[in-house]
Design a binder for this molecule. Sequence first.
Ligand SMILES: [Zn+2]
Length: 481
Amino acid sequence: MADLPTLGRRIRHFRTAAGLTLEELGARIDVAPSQLSLIENARREPRLTLLTDLARAVGVTVADLLDESPPDERSALEIDLERAQSRAAYRELGLPTVRPSKGMADDVLRALVGLHGELDRRARLAIATPEEARRANTRQRRAMQAVDSHLPEIEALASRDVEAVGHRGGALTHRTVSLMAERMGLDLVHVGDLPHSARCVLDLENGRIYLPPASIPGGHGLRSLALQSMAHLVLGHGEPTDYADFLRQRQEASYYAAACLMPLGPTIAFLEQAKQERNIAIEDLRDAFGVTHEAAALRFTNLATSRLGIPVHFLRVDGDGSVMRAYENDGLPLPVDATGSTEGQLVCRHWSARNAFSRSTRTTEYYQYTDTPKGTFFEATQTGQGDSDEFSITVGVPYQESKWFRGRETGHRASSRCPDLTCCRRPEPGSVERWHGRAWASARVHAHIFSPLPQGTYPGIDDRELYDFLESHSPGTAADG
Ligand SMILES: [Zn+2]
Protein backbone atom coordinates (compact mmCIF):
# COMPACT_ATOMS: atom_id res chain seq x y z
CA MET A 1 0.00 0.00 0.00
CA ALA A 2 1.20 3.47 -0.84
CA ASP A 3 2.23 5.99 1.77
CA LEU A 4 -1.07 7.34 3.20
CA PRO A 5 -0.39 11.11 3.07
CA THR A 6 0.69 10.79 -0.57
CA LEU A 7 -2.28 8.59 -1.45
CA GLY A 8 -4.73 10.99 0.24
CA ARG A 9 -3.34 13.94 -1.65
CA ARG A 10 -3.42 12.12 -4.95
CA ILE A 11 -7.08 11.25 -4.42
CA ARG A 12 -7.88 14.89 -3.57
CA HIS A 13 -5.86 16.06 -6.58
CA PHE A 14 -7.74 13.84 -9.05
CA ARG A 15 -11.11 14.60 -7.38
CA THR A 16 -10.68 18.38 -7.74
CA ALA A 17 -9.25 17.94 -11.24
CA ALA A 18 -12.47 16.09 -12.10
CA GLY A 19 -14.41 19.04 -10.66
CA LEU A 20 -16.07 16.99 -7.92
CA THR A 21 -16.86 17.95 -4.31
CA LEU A 22 -16.58 15.36 -1.53
CA GLU A 23 -20.40 15.11 -1.53
CA GLU A 24 -20.62 14.57 -5.28
CA LEU A 25 -17.89 11.93 -5.27
CA GLY A 26 -19.44 10.26 -2.24
CA ALA A 27 -22.80 10.08 -3.97
CA ARG A 28 -21.25 8.47 -7.06
CA ILE A 29 -19.57 5.63 -5.19
CA ASP A 30 -22.00 5.39 -2.28
CA VAL A 31 -19.54 6.37 0.48
CA ALA A 32 -20.15 9.03 3.15
CA PRO A 33 -18.28 12.32 2.40
CA SER A 34 -16.84 12.22 5.94
CA GLN A 35 -15.19 8.86 5.14
CA LEU A 36 -13.67 10.28 1.96
CA SER A 37 -12.38 13.26 3.94
CA LEU A 38 -10.65 10.93 6.41
CA ILE A 39 -8.97 9.12 3.51
CA GLU A 40 -7.86 12.33 1.84
CA ASN A 41 -6.39 13.50 5.16
CA ALA A 42 -4.47 10.24 5.62
CA ARG A 43 -6.49 9.26 8.68
CA ARG A 44 -7.89 6.11 7.14
CA GLU A 45 -6.57 3.52 4.75
CA PRO A 46 -9.00 2.75 1.87
CA ARG A 47 -9.65 -0.84 0.85
CA LEU A 48 -8.66 -1.89 -2.66
CA THR A 49 -12.31 -2.23 -3.77
CA LEU A 50 -12.94 1.37 -2.70
CA LEU A 51 -9.80 2.49 -4.53
CA THR A 52 -11.09 0.82 -7.69
CA ASP A 53 -14.43 2.66 -7.37
CA LEU A 54 -12.66 5.94 -6.60
CA ALA A 55 -10.35 5.64 -9.60
CA ARG A 56 -13.27 4.90 -11.96
CA ALA A 57 -15.31 7.81 -10.54
CA VAL A 58 -12.54 10.40 -11.12
CA GLY A 59 -11.46 8.92 -14.45
CA VAL A 60 -8.00 7.53 -13.64
CA THR A 61 -6.48 4.09 -12.98
CA VAL A 62 -5.76 2.56 -9.58
CA ALA A 63 -2.08 2.73 -10.49
CA ASP A 64 -2.46 6.50 -10.90
CA LEU A 65 -3.78 6.73 -7.35
CA LEU A 66 -1.08 4.49 -5.91
CA ASP A 67 1.81 6.29 -7.60
CA GLU A 68 4.31 7.19 -4.87
CA SER A 69 5.07 10.74 -6.01
CA PRO A 70 3.14 13.72 -4.65
CA PRO A 71 0.72 15.06 -7.30
CA ASP A 72 2.29 18.55 -7.32
CA GLU A 73 4.95 20.69 -5.59
CA ARG A 74 2.50 22.11 -3.08
CA SER A 75 1.46 18.63 -2.00
CA ALA A 76 5.08 17.58 -1.73
CA LEU A 77 5.74 20.49 0.66
CA GLU A 78 2.65 19.68 2.71
CA ILE A 79 3.67 16.03 3.02
CA ASP A 80 7.20 17.01 4.00
CA LEU A 81 5.94 19.37 6.68
CA GLU A 82 3.61 16.77 8.17
CA ARG A 83 6.39 14.20 8.24
CA ALA A 84 8.84 16.61 9.84
CA GLN A 85 6.36 17.60 12.54
CA SER A 86 5.62 14.00 13.40
CA ARG A 87 9.29 13.20 14.11
CA ALA A 88 10.21 12.65 17.77
CA ALA A 89 12.90 15.34 17.62
CA TYR A 90 10.26 17.97 16.79
CA ARG A 91 7.64 16.71 19.25
CA GLU A 92 10.22 16.89 22.05
CA LEU A 93 10.44 20.64 21.52
CA GLY A 94 6.84 21.03 22.69
CA LEU A 95 6.05 23.43 19.84
CA PRO A 96 2.64 23.51 18.14
CA THR A 97 1.92 21.43 15.05
CA VAL A 98 1.12 23.62 12.06
CA ARG A 99 -1.46 22.25 9.66
CA PRO A 100 -0.76 23.34 6.10
CA SER A 101 -4.10 25.03 5.36
CA LYS A 102 -5.21 26.21 1.94
CA GLY A 103 -4.54 29.79 3.00
CA MET A 104 -0.87 29.19 3.83
CA ALA A 105 1.40 30.73 1.19
CA ASP A 106 3.82 28.42 -0.64
CA ASP A 107 6.75 30.52 0.60
CA VAL A 108 5.79 30.04 4.24
CA LEU A 109 5.47 26.31 3.68
CA ARG A 110 8.80 26.21 1.87
CA ALA A 111 10.52 28.10 4.70
CA LEU A 112 9.09 25.77 7.35
CA VAL A 113 10.08 22.65 5.44
CA GLY A 114 13.56 24.11 4.84
CA LEU A 115 14.03 24.81 8.55
CA HIS A 116 12.91 21.31 9.48
CA GLY A 117 15.34 19.83 6.97
CA GLU A 118 18.24 21.81 8.38
CA LEU A 119 17.24 21.00 11.97
CA ASP A 120 17.20 17.31 11.10
CA ARG A 121 20.54 17.44 9.29
CA ARG A 122 22.24 19.19 12.20
CA ALA A 123 20.76 16.77 14.70
CA ARG A 124 21.98 13.75 12.76
CA LEU A 125 25.46 15.20 12.43
CA ALA A 126 25.68 16.01 16.13
CA ILE A 127 24.38 12.77 17.59
CA ALA A 128 27.09 10.52 16.21
CA THR A 129 27.69 8.60 19.41
CA PRO A 130 31.01 6.84 19.90
CA GLU A 131 29.26 3.57 19.06
CA GLU A 132 27.77 4.95 15.86
CA ALA A 133 31.14 6.41 15.02
CA ARG A 134 32.74 3.01 15.50
CA ARG A 135 30.13 1.30 13.33
CA ALA A 136 30.52 3.88 10.59
CA ASN A 137 34.27 3.46 10.81
CA THR A 138 33.97 -0.32 10.48
CA ARG A 139 31.68 -0.05 7.45
CA GLN A 140 34.20 2.33 5.90
CA ARG A 141 37.09 -0.11 6.50
CA ARG A 142 35.08 -2.97 4.94
CA ALA A 143 34.13 -0.82 1.95
CA MET A 144 37.80 -0.07 1.33
CA GLN A 145 38.71 -3.74 1.80
CA ALA A 146 36.18 -4.65 -0.90
CA VAL A 147 38.04 -2.50 -3.45
CA ASP A 148 41.53 -3.45 -2.21
CA SER A 149 41.88 0.10 -0.86
CA HIS A 150 42.17 1.39 -4.43
CA LEU A 151 40.02 4.25 -5.82
CA PRO A 152 40.72 4.61 -9.58
CA GLU A 153 38.55 7.74 -10.10
CA ILE A 154 40.47 9.68 -7.46
CA GLU A 155 43.80 8.36 -8.84
CA ALA A 156 42.86 9.78 -12.23
CA LEU A 157 41.87 13.19 -10.82
CA ALA A 158 45.08 13.46 -8.79
CA SER A 159 47.28 12.47 -11.75
CA ARG A 160 45.47 15.00 -13.96
CA ASP A 161 45.96 17.80 -11.43
CA VAL A 162 49.66 17.24 -10.73
CA GLU A 163 50.44 16.81 -14.44
CA ALA A 164 48.56 20.03 -15.24
CA VAL A 165 51.18 22.05 -13.36
CA GLY A 166 54.06 20.21 -15.01
CA HIS A 167 55.01 17.88 -12.16
CA ARG A 168 56.89 14.87 -13.53
CA GLY A 169 57.88 12.81 -10.48
CA GLY A 170 59.77 12.83 -7.22
CA ALA A 171 58.64 14.80 -4.17
CA LEU A 172 55.82 17.28 -4.73
CA THR A 173 57.18 20.62 -3.54
CA HIS A 174 55.35 23.29 -1.61
CA ARG A 175 55.68 25.48 -4.68
CA THR A 176 53.94 22.87 -6.86
CA VAL A 177 51.08 22.60 -4.39
CA SER A 178 50.70 26.40 -4.51
CA LEU A 179 50.54 26.25 -8.30
CA MET A 180 47.86 23.57 -8.13
CA ALA A 181 45.85 25.74 -5.73
CA GLU A 182 46.27 28.74 -8.03
CA ARG A 183 44.80 26.78 -10.94
CA MET A 184 41.72 26.22 -8.79
CA GLY A 185 41.55 29.93 -7.93
CA LEU A 186 42.87 29.45 -4.40
CA ASP A 187 45.63 31.12 -2.36
CA LEU A 188 47.48 29.33 0.42
CA VAL A 189 47.58 31.59 3.47
CA HIS A 190 49.57 30.68 6.58
CA VAL A 191 48.17 32.00 9.86
CA GLY A 192 49.04 31.52 13.51
CA ASP A 193 45.55 31.81 14.94
CA LEU A 194 43.52 28.98 13.40
CA PRO A 195 40.59 27.80 15.53
CA HIS A 196 41.81 25.09 17.92
CA SER A 197 39.36 22.57 16.51
CA ALA A 198 40.41 23.14 12.88
CA ARG A 199 43.42 21.74 11.07
CA CYS A 200 42.87 24.11 8.18
CA VAL A 201 40.08 26.26 6.80
CA LEU A 202 38.88 26.62 3.22
CA ASP A 203 37.34 30.03 2.49
CA LEU A 204 35.34 29.51 -0.70
CA GLU A 205 34.07 33.08 -0.75
CA ASN A 206 37.55 34.59 -0.92
CA GLY A 207 39.35 31.67 -2.51
CA ARG A 208 41.74 30.98 0.33
CA ILE A 209 43.08 28.00 2.21
CA TYR A 210 44.18 28.95 5.72
CA LEU A 211 46.94 26.74 7.03
CA PRO A 212 49.06 26.72 10.20
CA PRO A 213 52.39 28.61 10.01
CA ALA A 214 54.92 26.93 7.75
CA SER A 215 57.40 26.85 10.60
CA ILE A 216 55.57 24.07 12.46
CA PRO A 217 57.73 20.91 12.66
CA GLY A 218 56.86 18.27 10.11
CA GLY A 219 56.13 20.88 7.44
CA HIS A 220 55.34 18.27 4.79
CA GLY A 221 52.04 17.78 6.62
CA LEU A 222 51.08 21.21 5.32
CA ARG A 223 51.18 20.08 1.70
CA SER A 224 48.83 17.26 2.58
CA LEU A 225 46.48 19.61 4.46
CA ALA A 226 46.35 22.04 1.54
CA LEU A 227 45.70 19.18 -0.89
CA GLN A 228 42.97 17.78 1.35
CA SER A 229 41.24 21.17 1.30
CA MET A 230 41.52 21.31 -2.47
CA ALA A 231 40.15 17.77 -2.64
CA HIS A 232 36.80 18.91 -1.29
CA LEU A 233 36.50 21.16 -4.34
CA VAL A 234 37.90 18.66 -6.84
CA LEU A 235 35.68 15.86 -5.56
CA GLY A 236 32.59 18.09 -5.30
CA HIS A 237 32.01 17.42 -1.60
CA GLY A 238 29.05 19.22 -0.02
CA GLU A 239 28.21 19.48 3.64
CA PRO A 240 28.24 15.95 5.06
CA THR A 241 24.75 14.58 5.68
CA ASP A 242 25.79 12.37 8.59
CA TYR A 243 28.80 10.93 10.34
CA ALA A 244 29.34 8.16 7.79
CA ASP A 245 29.31 10.75 5.01
CA PHE A 246 31.78 12.87 6.96
CA LEU A 247 34.11 9.87 7.26
CA ARG A 248 33.80 9.03 3.58
CA GLN A 249 34.60 12.58 2.53
CA ARG A 250 37.56 12.69 4.86
CA GLN A 251 38.90 9.41 3.50
CA GLU A 252 38.46 10.53 -0.11
CA ALA A 253 40.19 13.83 0.63
CA SER A 254 43.13 12.03 2.26
CA TYR A 255 43.27 9.65 -0.69
CA TYR A 256 43.38 12.54 -3.16
CA ALA A 257 46.14 14.28 -1.16
CA ALA A 258 48.20 11.08 -1.00
CA ALA A 259 47.67 10.40 -4.70
CA CYS A 260 48.99 13.91 -5.47
CA LEU A 261 52.01 13.58 -3.17
CA MET A 262 52.73 10.10 -4.57
CA PRO A 263 51.16 10.11 -8.05
CA LEU A 264 50.12 6.78 -9.56
CA GLY A 265 52.56 6.67 -12.51
CA PRO A 266 55.83 7.53 -10.76
CA THR A 267 54.89 5.59 -7.62
CA ILE A 268 54.08 2.42 -9.52
CA ALA A 269 57.30 2.76 -11.52
CA PHE A 270 59.21 3.10 -8.25
CA LEU A 271 57.50 0.13 -6.60
CA GLU A 272 57.75 -2.13 -9.65
CA GLN A 273 61.47 -1.47 -9.81
CA ALA A 274 61.79 -2.28 -6.09
CA LYS A 275 59.75 -5.44 -6.56
CA GLN A 276 61.94 -6.52 -9.45
CA GLU A 277 64.98 -6.04 -7.23
CA ARG A 278 63.16 -7.85 -4.40
CA ASN A 279 63.81 -4.84 -2.24
CA ILE A 280 60.45 -3.23 -1.46
CA ALA A 281 60.73 -1.03 1.64
CA ILE A 282 58.27 1.56 2.91
CA GLU A 283 61.18 3.67 4.18
CA ASP A 284 62.45 4.02 0.60
CA LEU A 285 59.01 5.03 -0.70
CA ARG A 286 58.80 7.55 2.14
CA ASP A 287 62.20 9.06 1.34
CA ALA A 288 61.71 9.10 -2.44
CA PHE A 289 58.52 11.14 -2.18
CA GLY A 290 59.29 13.14 0.96
CA VAL A 291 56.27 12.07 2.98
CA THR A 292 55.74 10.64 6.46
CA HIS A 293 56.26 6.93 7.06
CA GLU A 294 52.54 6.57 7.74
CA ALA A 295 51.60 8.32 4.49
CA ALA A 296 53.97 6.07 2.52
CA ALA A 297 52.63 2.94 4.25
CA LEU A 298 49.01 3.89 3.55
CA ARG A 299 49.82 4.74 -0.05
CA PHE A 300 51.42 1.32 -0.39
CA THR A 301 48.14 -0.29 0.70
CA ASN A 302 46.34 1.67 -2.08
CA LEU A 303 48.57 0.12 -4.74
CA ALA A 304 50.00 -3.15 -3.41
CA THR A 305 47.08 -5.42 -4.27
CA SER A 306 45.54 -3.71 -7.28
CA ARG A 307 48.80 -2.89 -9.05
CA LEU A 308 51.46 -5.26 -7.66
CA GLY A 309 49.24 -8.24 -6.86
CA ILE A 310 50.31 -8.35 -3.21
CA PRO A 311 47.69 -8.64 -0.43
CA VAL A 312 48.65 -6.47 2.50
CA HIS A 313 47.87 -5.19 6.00
CA PHE A 314 48.48 -1.87 7.66
CA LEU A 315 48.52 -1.05 11.35
CA ARG A 316 49.00 2.14 13.28
CA VAL A 317 49.31 1.11 16.90
CA ASP A 318 49.59 3.31 19.98
CA GLY A 319 52.33 2.93 22.59
CA ASP A 320 49.90 1.00 24.80
CA GLY A 321 49.27 -1.52 22.00
CA SER A 322 45.83 -0.30 20.89
CA VAL A 323 44.87 0.03 17.24
CA MET A 324 44.53 3.61 16.04
CA ARG A 325 44.02 2.61 12.43
CA ALA A 326 44.05 -0.72 10.64
CA TYR A 327 43.43 -2.25 7.26
CA GLU A 328 43.86 -5.76 5.90
CA ASN A 329 42.94 -7.76 2.84
CA ASP A 330 45.45 -10.53 3.53
CA GLY A 331 43.53 -12.35 6.29
CA LEU A 332 45.43 -10.99 9.30
CA PRO A 333 43.15 -11.66 12.32
CA LEU A 334 42.67 -8.08 13.53
CA PRO A 335 41.37 -7.70 17.09
CA VAL A 336 37.72 -6.60 16.93
CA ASP A 337 35.00 -5.78 19.45
CA ALA A 338 31.38 -6.98 19.37
CA THR A 339 30.48 -4.41 16.70
CA GLY A 340 33.35 -5.52 14.44
CA SER A 341 35.32 -2.38 15.20
CA THR A 342 39.10 -2.64 15.56
CA GLU A 343 39.97 0.92 16.63
CA GLY A 344 41.02 0.96 20.27
CA GLN A 345 41.42 -2.83 20.49
CA LEU A 346 44.73 -4.23 21.71
CA VAL A 347 46.80 -6.08 19.14
CA CYS A 348 48.64 -9.20 20.22
CA ARG A 349 51.74 -8.29 22.19
CA HIS A 350 53.75 -10.74 20.07
CA TRP A 351 53.01 -8.91 16.81
CA SER A 352 55.71 -6.84 15.18
CA ALA A 353 53.65 -3.68 15.83
CA ARG A 354 54.30 -4.10 19.56
CA ASN A 355 57.60 -5.94 19.61
CA ALA A 356 59.13 -2.99 17.74
CA PHE A 357 58.58 -0.77 20.80
CA SER A 358 61.05 -2.79 22.84
CA ARG A 359 63.94 -2.25 20.45
CA SER A 360 66.74 0.07 21.51
CA THR A 361 67.64 1.29 18.00
CA ARG A 362 64.60 2.55 16.18
CA THR A 363 66.04 4.51 13.28
CA THR A 364 65.34 1.74 10.76
CA GLU A 365 62.43 -0.61 10.24
CA TYR A 366 62.02 -3.68 12.45
CA TYR A 367 61.31 -6.92 10.60
CA GLN A 368 59.56 -10.00 11.93
CA TYR A 369 57.78 -13.18 10.88
CA THR A 370 54.62 -13.73 12.90
CA ASP A 371 52.80 -17.08 13.09
CA THR A 372 49.05 -16.62 13.66
CA PRO A 373 46.05 -18.97 13.55
CA LYS A 374 45.45 -17.55 10.04
CA GLY A 375 48.94 -18.24 8.75
CA THR A 376 52.38 -16.68 8.86
CA PHE A 377 52.94 -13.02 8.01
CA PHE A 378 56.05 -10.98 7.28
CA GLU A 379 55.89 -7.53 8.87
CA ALA A 380 57.98 -4.35 8.77
CA THR A 381 57.44 -1.84 11.56
CA GLN A 382 58.68 1.70 12.07
CA THR A 383 58.20 3.37 15.44
CA GLY A 384 57.68 7.09 15.92
CA GLN A 385 56.92 9.68 18.55
CA GLY A 386 53.59 11.54 18.47
CA ASP A 387 52.51 14.60 20.46
CA SER A 388 51.86 12.64 23.61
CA ASP A 389 52.72 9.02 23.00
CA GLU A 390 54.83 6.78 20.83
CA PHE A 391 53.25 4.82 17.99
CA SER A 392 54.23 2.23 15.41
CA ILE A 393 53.45 1.92 11.72
CA THR A 394 53.40 -1.62 10.33
CA VAL A 395 53.02 -2.97 6.83
CA GLY A 396 52.72 -6.73 6.55
CA VAL A 397 52.12 -9.40 3.92
CA PRO A 398 51.47 -13.16 3.89
CA TYR A 399 54.64 -15.28 4.19
CA GLN A 400 54.75 -16.23 0.51
CA GLU A 401 54.91 -12.54 -0.49
CA SER A 402 57.88 -11.77 1.79
CA LYS A 403 60.23 -12.58 -1.10
CA TRP A 404 59.66 -9.10 -2.55
CA PHE A 405 60.60 -7.24 0.61
CA ARG A 406 63.72 -5.91 2.28
CA GLY A 407 64.28 -7.53 5.65
CA ARG A 408 62.98 -10.98 4.66
CA GLU A 409 66.16 -12.63 5.97
CA THR A 410 65.40 -11.47 9.51
CA GLY A 411 65.81 -13.97 12.33
CA HIS A 412 62.98 -12.42 14.36
CA ARG A 413 60.11 -14.83 14.64
CA ALA A 414 57.11 -14.76 16.96
CA SER A 415 54.10 -16.92 17.55
CA SER A 416 50.65 -15.47 18.26
CA ARG A 417 47.50 -17.38 19.24
CA CYS A 418 45.28 -14.28 19.66
CA PRO A 419 42.31 -13.92 19.88
CA ASP A 420 42.78 -16.94 22.17
CA LEU A 421 42.94 -15.21 25.56
CA THR A 422 45.67 -17.56 26.79
CA CYS A 423 48.02 -16.12 24.14
CA CYS A 424 48.86 -12.89 25.89
CA ARG A 425 45.78 -11.46 27.56
CA ARG A 426 44.97 -13.81 30.43
CA PRO A 427 47.27 -13.46 33.44
CA GLU A 428 49.34 -16.43 34.59
CA PRO A 429 47.27 -18.49 37.08
CA GLY A 430 49.95 -18.08 39.74
CA SER A 431 49.84 -14.31 39.38
CA VAL A 432 46.07 -14.18 39.78
CA GLU A 433 46.24 -16.24 42.92
CA ARG A 434 48.95 -14.09 44.30
CA TRP A 435 47.72 -10.61 43.41
CA HIS A 436 43.94 -10.68 43.04
CA GLY A 437 42.49 -8.43 45.74
CA ARG A 438 45.94 -7.39 46.96
CA ALA A 439 46.61 -4.52 44.61
CA TRP A 440 44.93 -1.53 43.02
CA ALA A 441 45.85 0.64 40.05
CA SER A 442 44.34 3.75 38.52
CA ALA A 443 43.54 3.73 34.80
CA ARG A 444 45.12 6.17 32.42
CA VAL A 445 42.34 7.78 30.36
CA HIS A 446 42.65 7.41 26.62
CA ALA A 447 43.07 10.44 24.45
CA HIS A 448 41.43 9.17 21.30
CA ILE A 449 37.68 8.64 21.18
CA PHE A 450 37.73 5.22 19.62
CA SER A 451 39.38 3.49 22.53
CA PRO A 452 37.06 1.63 24.81
CA LEU A 453 38.54 0.62 28.15
CA PRO A 454 40.48 -2.63 28.20
CA GLN A 455 38.37 -5.28 29.89
CA GLY A 456 40.00 -6.55 33.01
CA THR A 457 39.28 -7.07 36.69
CA TYR A 458 39.89 -3.38 37.33
CA PRO A 459 38.07 -0.89 35.09
CA GLY A 460 40.40 0.32 32.39
CA ILE A 461 43.31 -1.83 33.42
CA ASP A 462 44.91 -4.64 31.43
CA ASP A 463 45.22 -7.41 34.05
CA ARG A 464 48.16 -9.07 32.40
CA GLU A 465 50.15 -5.87 32.25
CA LEU A 466 49.30 -5.00 35.82
CA TYR A 467 50.26 -8.39 37.18
CA ASP A 468 53.43 -8.57 35.10
CA PHE A 469 54.38 -5.17 36.44
CA LEU A 470 53.71 -6.23 39.99
CA GLU A 471 55.64 -9.47 39.51
CA SER A 472 58.70 -7.75 38.19
CA HIS A 473 58.74 -4.98 40.77
CA SER A 474 57.85 -6.99 43.80
CA PRO A 475 60.74 -7.63 46.22
CA GLY A 476 61.45 -11.28 47.00
CA THR A 477 59.21 -12.72 44.30
CA ALA A 478 61.08 -15.99 44.03
CA ALA A 479 61.02 -16.77 47.74
CA ASP A 480 57.32 -16.03 48.20
CA GLY A 481 56.10 -18.30 45.34
ZN1 LIG B 1 48.48 -12.56 21.69
